[in-house]
Write a protein that binds this ligand. Structure first.
Ligand SMILES: [Zn+2]
Length: 355
């Protein structure tokens, strides 16, 4: 098992088997006292509850599980978490974008969607993922205590990126290893999940490029919808103004690189990812030079899609949506361009502790 494993090459059934293997190797079945068939039933339900969006699909979630497994085993991260925390982290990973419609939190807020209303414009999609996940966990009798799971999924809201970055540096100054208390281990789990969630640009180039194709396709689809609705197009989502290379370079240099540089102080073996990141930047710079302005992915451009992707799927989740109060709102695109406001920092600390 290496970081070079590409889930996009897997058919669904093979992917289920692969995920079962990861959960088994991490002793999650024994930790949670569940059977393999119980976990498989859960994974299938999770898959069905994801939408067939270009990027935020079950395949993205499976990729995050693969990368976390790599971080736990190959980058030595597992020594700093308990077995129970590892189990919750991996379940959070496979569920963290469940129900994502492919249009981000800002879009939900701008369009005054039902979801935005349900969740009071606060971490809308993450809150929805938490609710769907808890319902599925109950249905499959997998996990009773969900505080950590809620905390972890909520922290995948990109609005908290800069707070997590600050926390990486803070943790590095605090006592390591056996000296860590439970709160420090929870913070570390948040940091790991977010790292995995933004890890596309530190992957080997062919994998990195495929994920970029998918996220850009989703961004431009949202940009098109915003234009159609007469709304201001979100930053980095206008196919007439942005290129795939410029979007990727901006995200790499502004978000991923500083985060992984800090992460490498906590997990020294993560330095290998900084090398991959630099190599990928060269690819993007070459592509940027070759792609003057017009969008690099047009409406009709064919891009990579996961093997076995379901192309027609009704929304099976409406009956699961119910109102809760969890704070914050933001989006991928906000984090691309905006440093955190003091307001964001205040609400972050309260909201992460809220769950
Ligand atoms: Zn994600």
């Amino acid at each position: 098992m290496t970081e070079e494993l590409n889930v996009l090459d897997y058919r669904r059934t093979d992917l289920y088997g692969h995920l079962l293997g990861i959960f088994t190797k991490l002793n999650i079945l024994s930790t949670l006292n569940i059977t393999a068939s119980q976990l498989l039933d859960f994974l299938i339900d999770v898959d069905v509850s994801y939408h067939p969006t270009p990027y935020h699909s079950f395949y993205h979630a499976a990729d995050i599980v693969v990368i976390l497994y790599y971080m736990l085993n190959e980058l030595d991260a597992k020594h700093y978490l308990t077995n129970k925390q590892i189990a919750v982290l991996m379940i959070s990973a496979i569920c963290h974008d469940i129900g994502h419609p492919g249009f981000n939190n800002d879009f939900q807020t701008k369009t005054k969607s039902d979801l935005a209303s349900y969740y009071h414009n606060q971490s809308i999609l993450e809150s929805q993922s938490i609710d769907i996940t808890i319902d599925l966990l109950r249905k499959h009798s997998l996990l009773d205590e969900t505080d950590l799971l809620q905390d972890l999924i909520l922290a995948t809201d990109m609005a908290f990126h800069y707070d997590l970055l600050e926390d990486v540096n803070q943790l590095e100054e605090e006592t390591w290893s056996a000296g860590w208390n439970d709160d420090q281990r929870r913070r570390f789990a948040r940091i790991l999940l977010h790292a995995a969630d933004i890890s596309n640009t530190v992957r080997p180039w062919p994998i990195s490029k495929q994920w970029s194709d998918l996220i850009v396709r989703e961004f431009f689809r949202q940009g098109d919808a915003e234009k159609t609705a007469g709304l201001t197009v979100s930053t980095g989502m206008d196919r007439d103004l942005d290129t795939q290379a410029s979007i990727s370079l901006r995200f790499t240099e502004g978000i991923v690189q500083p985060y992984f540089q800090s992460l490498a102080t906590l997990l020294p073996k993560a330095r290998r990812w900084l090398v991959a990141l630099e190599e990928n930047k060269v690819h993007w710079q070459d592509l940027k030079a070759a792609t003057p302005l017009a969008a690099s992915l047009g409406h009709d451009t064919r891009v990579s899609m996961p093997a076995g992707t379901i192309t027609v799927l009704s929304n099976p989740l409406q009956h699961l949506i119910k109102p809760v109060r969890i704070m914050r709102t933001s989006s991928h695109s906000t984090a691309l361009v905006s440093p955190p406001s003091s307001e964001l920092k205040r609400s972050h600390s309260s909201s992460l502790r809220h769950s």
